[in-house]
Design a protein around this ligand. Structure first.
Ligand code: SF4
Ligand code: SF4
Length: 101
């Protein structure tokens, strides 16, 4: 059985300062892309509240397109949308010009 380390025997872990991902194109990690039908959208902003990457843009109380540079395709927004305005599609099935978040 492994011997447990005491607190002063442990090495410090790596800590990264907050906000560093803003400098990276984390959207390239995505497998699925959220396709939003803004005609169906009721501006409830549930997707904005739940998006873990702050990728959904809102201004003046209105939901706008998703910033695909940061969206990692987790699908939480689609799961939370009460009117099914967001559909997750395989990235490879959507032509680049049709990706609108
Ligand atoms: S899939 Fe939706 S919830 Fe997930 S990162 Fe992209 S915009 Fe945000
Ligand atoms: S959760 Fe759906 S209805 Fe609500 S703002 Fe987002 S896309 Fe629009």
């Amino acid at each position: 059985m492994a011997e447990l380390l005491k607190k002063d025997q442990m090495k410090p872990g790596a800590i990264v300062e907050g906000g560093t991902m803003a400098k990276l194109n984390t959207g390239v990690w995505r497998t699925y892309v959220p396709m939003t039908d803004l005609e169906k959208c009721t501006n409830c902003l549930m997707c904005w509240i739940f998006c873990p990457d702050s990728a959904i843009k809102v201004s003046g109380g209105e939901r706008h397109e998703t910033d695909l540079q940061y969206c990692k395709g987790c699908g939480i927004c689609a799961a939370e949308c009460p009117v099914d305005a967001i559909e997750m599609k395989l990235e490879s099935d959507v032509p680049p010009d049709d990706k609108k978040g």
